[in-house]
Design a protein around this ligand. Structure first.
Ligand SMILES: Cc1cc2nc3c(=O)[nH]c(=O)nc-3n(C[C@H](O)[C@H](O)[C@H](O)COP(=O)(O)OP(=O)(O)OC[C@H]3O[C@@H](n4cnc5c(N)ncnc54)[C@H](O)[C@@H]3O)c2cc1C
Length: 484
């Protein structure tokens, strides 16, 4: 008799008996689309996939799982980049997909706020806000697939953080189902509320380890009537940082994006699309994509052009978009670069941050260290300058096919990058979180007091130890560092 098999079948039978019909998928072919994330690097077969329709469904499910010790993996749009939203096959976990809880509950233009269910796709939430002449500013490449609950659980950043902040800065309130099934209703529209601990902050960025977010109230902003976009070429990252400092002074809060791309990234985009041309005549080592936006009473174009003319000691060449289509083309260059960087294969992703004042030094030192340690690997460097956040990604040399060699390269290159991050007192994850992928490096660096506090919070909110076990924090049952 297969004991493991029968334990799995018993759990499954109990789940099916407890939960309303139509809530669970259990056939492997039905569960397939919930088993693999965007990277393709992480996949796992769950015990079942639950697709709740309501907060009450989530509550009933978690109460049952907690009473029966069944592990739970909250899942949004599967675009997370640290392997935290797919099941770990040996654990017999239940994936809880929020994809059916995708309603926009309300948009209040006067409150500059909206309430959406956690399974709402970010792009749909943005469209609902725009329909009321407001914007939800969270913006990044995966916005057509990721879901609001995932954005909250990862505290997503993106292009507009320098003006509007991270997701954490945009959340007014949350509705969360706790691991024991109780519903915490913290779904407020209040801008100011000093009644004790700000509990919602615990769940933002918690990577599904403390509860399931079922709804979110979010801050909205006036929809800008003007948006100006420019791509400029520069001599060095240090010049890009000087340009940023001046832009903050001269364009102040009108700046919405300031994206750094090293020449290698532009070449990747040009190679990927035969219809792409050099953005302007001069080939530069460093490029910056600048976006500014404003309401109707400001001559935004004049501000941006005057600023760029005044910075002619730094700007080698550049193009200011004269239409929305041209602006979209400039952004497409960046998007295609991100998609094409791995040449269709695996690549190492990093999302580190350092103080803004150290960014140029960090990039120079990290690239020098990588070219000394791994001269054959291709480093693709881009990032959000205003947030001190750099993606320094590593593509294996052409011809390196053995997965073990690639894994070894990634491990070593990551250590080289993280060592430089440590020297600059930076963070090994500015955006994507820890999940399974960054756990070992995180545990090597986290101070004991922070780790102790994190475990206390975890035990208090998830006493049955069912929520996303082995992601972010190691499981306490064993001494494991990471999931099987
Ligand atoms: C092309 C691309 C570009 C990206 N660009 C950026 C970027 O610029 N900035 C940035 O910050 N990130 C970026 N990301 C990663 C980003 O974290 C995710 O895209 C997004 O925030 C995750 O949302 P998701 O719905 O896909 O979550 P998933 O991948 O499904 O889940 C991510 C984590 O959240 C948990 N989770 C999901 N839903 C819930 C819920 N309702 N309650 C509790 N926990 C939950 C999961 O268990 C998991 O730990 C990018 C990803 C891609 C693929």
């Amino acid at each position: 008799m297969n004991v493991a098999g029968s334990a799995r079948e018993k759990k499954l039978a109990a789940l099916l008996a407890e939960l309303p019909a139509g809530l669970l998928l259990t056939a492997p072919e039905d569960m397939e689309r919930y088993t693999r994330d965007w990277t393709g690097d992480h996949h796992g077969l769950p015990l079942a996939v639950a697709r709740p329709r309501s907060t009450a469904d989530v509550s009933r499910l978690l109460a049952f799982c907690s009473q029966n010790g069944i592990g739970v993996v909250p899942q949004g749009g599967l675009t997370g980049l640290v392997g935290a939203a797919v099941a770990s096959t040996p654990r017999d976990e239940v994936v809880v997909s929020l994809d059916r809880m995708n309603r926009v509950r309300s948009v209040s233009p006067i409150d500059y706020a909206m309430v959406v269910e956690a399974g709402c796709i970010l792009e749909d939430a943005k469209a609902a806000a725009e329909a009321q002449d407001r914007i939800l500013p969270i913006t990044f490449g995966a916005q057509g697939s990721c879901r609001i609950g995932g954005n909250v659980a990862t505290n997503a950043g993106g292009f507009n953080v320098l003006r509007y902040g991270m997701t954490r800065d945009l959340v007014l309130g949350l509705e969360v189902v706790l691991s024991d099934g109780r519903v915490w209703n913290g779904l407020k529209l209040l801008r100011k509320d000093n009644r004790g601990y700000d509990l919602k902050q615990l769940f933002i960025g918690s990577e599904g380890t403390l509860g399931i977010v079922t709804a979110v109230s979010l801050k909205l902003f006036p929809k800008p009537s003007q948006i100006e976009t420019a791509l400029v070429g520069l001599r060095s990252v240090a010049d890009a940082m000087e340009l940023y400092a001046r832009a903050r002074r001269e364009c102040s809060d009108l700046l919405t994006a300031f994206e750094l791309i090293l020449r290698g990234g532009i070449e990747i985009a040009l190679a990927a699309r035969s219809d792409f041309r050099e953005p302007f005549e001069t080939v530069c080592p460093v490029y910056v994509l600048i976006e500014a936006s404003a309401g109707g009473r400001v001559d935004l174009r004049a501000i941006l052009e005057d600023f760029l003319i005044g910075a002619s000691d730094l700007v080698v060449d550049g193009a200011v978009a004269t239409s929305r289509a041209q602006a979209a083309q400039l952004w497409l260059l960046r998007e295609v670069m991100v998609e094409a960087q791995g040449r269709g294969g695996r690549y190492l992703r990093t999302d580190v941050s350092v103080p803004i004042s150290s960014l140029a030094g960090f990039v120079d030192d990290a690239l020098a260290a990588l070219s000394a340690s791994h001269p054959q690997a291709l480093a693709v460097t881009y990032g959000h300058v205003g947030d001190g956040n750099i993606h320094l990604n590593i593509v294996p040399p052409v011809g390196m096919g053995d997965p073990a060699d690639i894994e070894h390269l990634f491990h070593e290159a990551e250590m080289v990058i993280f060592d430089v991050v440590d020297r600059y007192d930076g963070s090994l994850s500015a955006e994507h979180g820890i999940g399974r992928v960054k756990q070992a490096a995180f545990l090597e660096r986290v101070d004991p007091v922070s780790l102790d506090l994190a475990f206390r919070i975890k035990r208090a909110l998830d006493p049955a130890a069912i929520m996303n076990i082995g992601r972010l924090l190691p499981s306490e049952e064993t001494d494991e560092r990471g999931d099987p």
